[in-house]
Design a protein around this ligand. Structure first.
Ligand code: NAD
Length: 488
């Protein structure tokens, strides 16, 4: 990897202000999904490393909590400036370990940085309340306090943004952090922690350990059992989220869970079809379709179905697939063989149950590496197909035909998940009706790009709870303490 600043490529854990190998000396190989080439080996941590990280975070907590909010904000602003300064290198690290095209890697760095800047500002506004006392002789107030040590566990699909939007509000609130990035993509997180060290956060305030998928449960188990860890913030799959909810119940930790989705994208007969196609291209094909808010089911009204599918197919068929570092690539490799196998199984299942292949539907560029999938459109999709029930997490658009508003809203909601939903309509009454009826935490109305540091991001139902970004994002790392003074 040709970095301008080679010190960004870290291959150690960071605990108590020091970079170190795993206590066991074991390592985890990080590979480029474009060709499976080894990039570097990082620590494959175990319980001892997780324990050391909590010890450091707990030791640092009292002083960090007592640090004035403005000073915490200044450190976050310095971190933000360093991320911006190193955006090219960070983008290259993201694209090399995760596979998204370089332009998207740069976009992700700026998106991650926006959370650091936002929470630097929010840190200074964690106001409490003065409560009018209902009886004489009392003064009553509510103060916001940091919850304590926070454990952050993140997925591979946005290796910079997911960790930034957990660490930044935690540090802004006055919490200290132990973090574990996804096993496929630890290098971006380690680089961000290196920049945080340069920004000058005190030792122990931010700690990170990497671990293989095999050793991750042992690491996280230490954090689940330790009473000093007061919050777990997790982004990833629903089964792991449920495991964390169950296991953290024994010490009643605060939890934020950003889990899987099964987003509907509805195109009504009164929609601006070109805008709808554009919105779908933006929301579906970002990161090769490996995004939790990606439309997973596309419902198109019978009256505009054929026209929409034709416009969509010509756009999807023209997408350029290739290695992330090639300038014209729009879709990079999928993250690993497991992901490719799931995508192909969904396509095969749909075709065997009557779906029509409009474009794509096969592996691509196998000479370049094993992880490329052709951007795919399938029509005549039905709810009996796997891709209607589970996240495909790849560049596949299944199109369903519908005729009635009530019917499509009912089918859109007929899933255990409730993260994002999208719809296109120019009928103002319908816009409000459908926005109210959709059972998701996020709704895109005539818009495909929804994420913003200023907005609350999160789901309902089995997509989890808690919100990231916005003022709600800071609240999730604080509790409210009620003070009552008598004898006035
Ligand atoms: P995953 O749940 O397998 O992994 C996420 C993280 O959990 C990783 O760090 C992993 O090492 C860790 N993990 C795995 N097993 C664990 C265990 N037993 N105990 C504790 N931690 C464990 O998910 P993934 O494959 O990395 O990511 C894809 C999934 O994440 C998709 O379902 C996607 O929808 C979801 N996701 C959700 C959001 C969101 O904001 N809601 C964002 C991105 C991804």
């Amino acid at each position: 990897m040709n970095l301008q600043d080679a010190t960004l490529l870290r291959a150690d854990n960071f605990i108590a202000g020091r970079w170190m190998a795993a206590a066991s000396g074991q390592q985890l190989e990080v590979r480029n999904p474009a060709d499976n080439a080894l990039i570097v080996a990082v620590p494959d941590s175990a319980a001892a490393d997780a324990q050391a990280a909590v010890d450091a975070a707990q030791a640092a907590f009292p002083a960090w909590k007592a640090t004035p909010a403005r000073e915490r904000a200044q450190l976050l602003k310095r971190w933000h400036a360093l991320i911006i300064e190193h955006q090219q290198d960070l983008a290259l690290i993201i694209s090399t370990e995760q596979g998204k095209p370089l332009a998207e890697g740069r976009g992700e760095v700026l998106y991650a940085a926006s959370y650091v800047e936002w929470f630097a500002e929010e840190a200074t506004r964690a106001n409490g309340e003065l409560i009018p006392a209902p009886v004489r002789g009392r003064r009553m107030m509510a103060l916001k306090e940091p919850v304590g040590v926070v454990a952050a566990i993140t997925p591979w699909n946005f290796p910079a943004a997911m960790i930034a939007r957990k660490i930044a509000p935690a540090l802004a609130a006055g919490c200290t952090v132990v973090a574990k990035p996804a096993e496929d993509t630890p290098l971006t997180s380690l680089a961000l922690v290196h920049l945080a060290e340069l920004a000058g956060f005190p030792a122990g305030v931010l700690n990170i350990v990497s671990a293989s998928r095999e050793h991750t449960p042992a690491v996280v188990d230490v954090w689940l059992k330790d009473v000093r860890v007061r919050k777990i913030t997790f982004t990833g799959s629903t089964p792991v989220g449920k495991h964390l909810a169950r296991e953290s119940a024994t010490t009643l930790k605060k939890l934020s869970l950003e889990l899987g989705g099964n987003a509907p994208f509805i195109v009504f007969e009164d929609a601006d079809l070109d805008a709808a196609v554009e919105g779908l291209m933006v929301s579906k094909f970002r990161n090769g379709g490996q995004t939790c808010v990606c439309p997973n089911r596309v419902f198109v009204h019978d009256a505009v179905h054929d026209q929409f599918v034709e416009k969509l197919a010509s756009r999807v068929g023209a997408l350029k697939v290739g290695p992330a570092t090639r300038a014209d690539s729009q879709i990079g490799p999928m993250i690993n063989a497991r992901a490719v196998n799931k995508i192909m199984a969904h396509i095969d299942d749909a075709l065997s149950k009557g779906a029509q292949l409009v474009t794509g539907g096969r592996r691509l560029l196998q000479g370049e590496g094993p992880n490329y999938v052709a951007p795919t459109v399938l029509s005549s999709a039905t709810t009996a197909m796997l891709l209607a029930q589970e996240e495909t997490f790849g560049p596949v658009v299944p199109v369903f035909r519908f005729t009635g508003e009530d019917e499509v809203v009912r089918i859109a909601n007929d899933t255990p998940f409730g993260l994002a939903a999208y719809f296109y309509s120019r009928d103002i009454a319908r816009v409000w009706r459908v926005a109210d009826a959709l059972e998701t935490g996020i709704v895109g109305i005539n818009e495909g790009a929804l994420a913003s540091e200023a907005a609350p991001f999160g789901g309902v139902k089995e997509s989890g709870y808690g919100r990231e970004g916005s003022t709600h994002g800071l609240d999730d790392y604080m509790h409210t303490k009620y003070l009552c003074q008598g004898g006035l």
